[in-house]
Design a protein around this ligand. Structure first.
Ligand code: ATP
Ligand code: MG
Length: 407
């Protein structure tokens, strides 16, 4: 047997004790989904403390499996490996072939790290390690260096097979998406909100999205951006929905009612009211925003407090303590920065007051909102909301499907 495969090792999942089975099942489901678009079927199998991916008749898919696995939330280490028979000879043969492949024309200091996940193997880990080390040294003439090897050969004895590998990559870590439930993330076209959603996906939260456009006062650019961002994020979780809500008319009503310096905070409260209703109607248990304390005047402590009173669901703000540079760096790694960078006409840039109140109270906003028929406004916005199914994608090749009516 000589089967290229990929081992997925758990990080935090290992700490889950009796609940681990549930987390593992979710990870397996997410892995199957993430691999389902590949041209050939992929097997996802459970081994003690890890998952095993393989495309039985298509060893050439190994590189692609590695790339996909590195995007899988809940995996801490991604290790391409060769699966061989459960004998020391098979392990030696695989180790030699991998070592030669890793350094075709050179001598390299090497180390063998062996471990047994099942103990009923005729050699102990250290005996196996020594045996492999001797054989490789004899065959290749490479020196052994256990502290800083150039090539590290990992040999893992499992119940039915041995895995041999010379490479390992860091995964995304975190908890499998879905293990913490579902939330609705408020997605603007900026850098922050996609990062906020991603950070919570890494805590196991599946996210749908809502984006407020300035329509009919602005063009469609921000909706295209929101769709591209949602599509980029969908690759971490699969099935995703994006609601588009045209806020322009309601923004104008707020302005005409004399919101003045309260305009931005009043808009945010309106967004939260609408988002809260969509979320509760579609099985989400929290809202997510990209707020970062003090980033702009609408994000002072008192304004954040005033805004969140408008929602019944908890408002999660994973970036609250992040600085802009950290957020931008994460957006770069995530591939959302290149989308956020595109120009658009954010709904909030319309009807901007000359000054923005930095200290507001809920009572102040309640007072202002009594001048309006806010319930009617919320109902009208919900009636105009459109729900788009988002399919996972790389983002740069995102294309927007024709709109569908809200469900
Ligand atoms: P981002 O925060 O995404 O970079 P931004 O900086 O333009 O965009 P802020 O003014 O900081 O947005 O708004 C704070 C948060 O409010 C955003 O992170 C987002 O969660 C939410 N939000 C703002 N505008 C919109 C919008 N048009 N649609 C949906 N959510 C929005
Ligand atoms: Mg922001």
């Amino acid at each position: 047997m000589w089967q290229p495969c990929v081992l997925l090792k758990y990080g935090e999942l290992m700490l889950k004790g009796r609940n681990r089975g549930r987390f593992e099942n979710l990870l397996i489901r997410n892995a199957r989904r993430a691999l389902s678009e590949l041209p050939h079927p992929v097997r996802v199998r459970r081994r003690r403390g890890l998952l095993l991916l393989s495309a039985p008749d298509h060893p050439e898919l190994q590189t692609e499996l590695v790339a996909r696995a590195r995007q899988l939330i809940g995996v801490s280490v991604v290790q391409p490996a060769i699966r061989v028979d459960r004998t020391p000879e098979a392990a030696v043969d695989a180790a030699l072939r991998l070592a030669r492949r890793a350094r075709p024309a050179a001598t390299a200091a090497f180390a063998v790290r062996a471990r047994r996940r099942h103990k009923d193997f005729p050699m102990t880990s250290s005996q196996l390690q020594a045996h492999l080390g001797d054989r490789i040294h004899a065959a290749l003439g490479w020196p052994v260096d256990l502290t800083a090897p150039e090539v590290e050969i990992a040999v893992e004895v499992d119940l039915h097979e041995i895995f041999v590998s010379v490479e390992r990559y860091r995964g995304l870590d975190g908890l499998p998406v879905g293990s913490s439930g579902r939330a609705l993330a408020l997605l603007s076209g900026g850098y922050d909100s996609p990062v906020a959603a991603f950070r919570l996906m890494r805590r196991g939260l599946a996210c749908d999205f809502v984006h407020f456009t300035g329509a009919p006062l602005t063009g469609p650019a921000s909706a295209y951006k929101a769709y591209a961002l949602a599509r980029r994020l969908a690759r971490f979780q699969g099935e995703t929905r994006l609601w588009l809500v045209p806020l322009g008319q309601a923004q104008r009503e707020l302005a005409l009612a004399g919101a003045g310096a309260l305009q931005i905070v009043a808009q945010r409260r309106l967004m939260l009211r609408v988002a809260d209703r969509i979320a509760r109607g579609h099985g989400a248990h929290a809202l997510v925003t990209g707020d970062s304390l003090g980033q702009v005047s609408s994000q002072t402590l008192s304004n954040l407090g005033t805004v969140e009173r408008a929602a019944e669901l908890p408002v999660l703000r994973p970036l609250l303590a992040w600085g802009k540079e950290e957020i931008m760096a994460e957006a770069g790694r995530l591939g959302t920065a290149e989308i956020s960078r595109l120009p658009d006409e954010d709904c909030c840039s319309l009807l901007l007051p000359r000054s923005v109140a930095t200290r507001t109270t809920p009572a102040q906003l309640d007072g202002f909102e009594r001048r309006l028929d806010l319930d009617d406004t919320v109902e009208a916005l919900l009636a105009k909301a459109q729900c788009l199914p988002v399919c996972a994608g790389a983002g740069e090749d995102a294309d927007v499907p024709s709109r569908r009516a809200a469900s």
